[in-house]
Design a protein around this ligand. Structure first.
Ligand SMILES: [Zn+2]
Ligand SMILES: [Zn+2]
Length: 389
């Protein structure tokens, strides 16, 4: 993979604005357009190169990758996958060869192109003969890393307060030797993954089927795999990752930790890490959304006379005023004593308290006598509305 300076190709500065890049591109594209230069291979190559440079620099994302790594995979343009790698295969992206000294805009009069300059410099060293007989194996494309999902068990209280902790993540990172290319520009060999067949067997359930080999794009040929990553472009890495679980998560919440998934290739971004939370139960409290529910027993005298009782909440005890004449099953609400909202942490759910009147366990004769007196004093028949005695 040859390192190209797309800024130089377009003849613009590194900090050029989008419209400057567009202007330069238009000028050069007109100049080298195949319609203007019929049957002129040099112009055609130059035209492709200008297109390629513009393709990267006019796209903010691609330009960022280029600015950061100093290169961009040449076969990004699917229409000309091999059109630009040419004799440059010998120089890996980490080769460090700097082409910024070449002024392409002034070398055009001599009919020279980037590729010709490159051939002059490295002519013969890349074993061009065999390569002209067979097309280049395809270059891998920059590829975003895969996401990783990790389950995490939390207590009811931890889901309420949120949690910051370190977890071990078995992820991968872009290979430091080949920058994710999977090779360092060595000779073309039979693909070791598929043994040159271009197909690999996959099993899905009980079925076995073959699919194109991802390591050689199904061609069966590739450059000698990188010795550090065995051609995978990424190397395994066990990493301690600090994660911050926000207050208010519930079972099934997905907490995203950006860029801590598997490593990308050729400068592409790593995937993300997702923490899947599983929240444990509380002995008394239950949760629905951001609201919390609890059932609390009260005695007959408490229900009749009214009182103040303690009730459990996710933050500990709270006071609840039970008014005189409270019925069994009556519900009370403590506003904003539930869980914080994940969407808006300044909002909180409520806590609902259902009171259940617990029957007194009457054992002593004295208590029984008291109840008989109570009945005499309060001769009520609650079934009267049903027409029953
Ligand atoms: Zn590697
Ligand atoms: Zn293969």
């Amino acid at each position: 993979m040859a390192k190209k300076d797309y800024y130089n190709i377009l003849g613009v500065k590194k900090d050029a604005k989008a419209d400057e890049i567009k202007k330069a591109y238009r000028r050069l594209a007109r100049k080298h357009h195949p319609d203007v230069n019929p049957n002129d291979k040099v112009s055609e190559d130059k035209f492709k190169e200008v297109q390629e440079a513009y393709d990267v620099l006019s796209d903010d994302k691609k330009r960022k990758v280029f600015d950061r790594f100093g290169y961009y995979a040449e076969n990004l343009d699917p229409d000309s996958p091999f059109g630009t790698s040419g004799a440059g295969g010998g120089a890996g992206p980490a080769g460090g060869f700097d082409f910024s000294g070449f002024d392409f805009s002034s070398s055009q009069s001599s009919g020279s192109s980037f590729r010709d300059i490159f051939s002059d410099l490295f002519g013969g060293s890349g074993g061009g003969a065999s390569r002209s007989a067979q097309p280049e194996p395809p270059r891998p494309l920059p590829k975003k890393g895969r996401d990783i999902e990790i389950p995490l068990a939390l207590s009811f209280e931890e889901a309420f307060t949120g949690l910051t902790t370190n977890i071990t993540v078995n992820r991968s990172e872009q290979c430091s030797r080949c920058q994710g290319a999977g090779d360092t520009g060595g000779p073309v060999v039979q693909c070791p993954t598929c043994k040159g067949s271009g197909q690999v067997m996959k099993s899905g359930g009980r079925l076995q089927f073959s699919q194109p080999c991802g390591d050689c794009e199904g061609t069966g040929r590739r450059r000698q795999p990188c010795s550090l990553c065995n051609g995978k472009g990424v190397t395994p890495k066990s990493e301690q990752v600090k994660i911050k679980i926000p207050a208010g998560v519930d079972t099934g919440s997905r907490v995203r930790v950006p860029k801590k998934g598997h490593g990308g290739r050729l400068g592409a971004e790593p995937g993300d890490l997702f923490i899947l939370t599983n929240v444990g139960k509380h002995p008394f409290l239950t949760r629905k959304g951001d609201n919390v529910y609890v059932t609390v027993p009260i005695t007959v005298p408490e229900a009749s006379l009214g009182t103040k009782i303690e009730v459990p909440t996710v933050e500990g005890k709270a006071q609840l005023k039970v008014p005189p004449g409270t019925e069994s099953g009556q519900k009370f609400r403590l506003r904003e004593r539930g869980f914080p909202s994940l969407r808006n942490p300044s909002l909180r759910g409520d806590q609902f308290i259902e009171v259940k009147i617990a029957l007194p366990r009457v054992l002593s004769e004295e208590t029984k006598e008291l109840l008989r007196q109570f009945e005499k004093l309060n001769p009520e028949n609650p079934r009267k509305v049903m027409g029953l005695e």
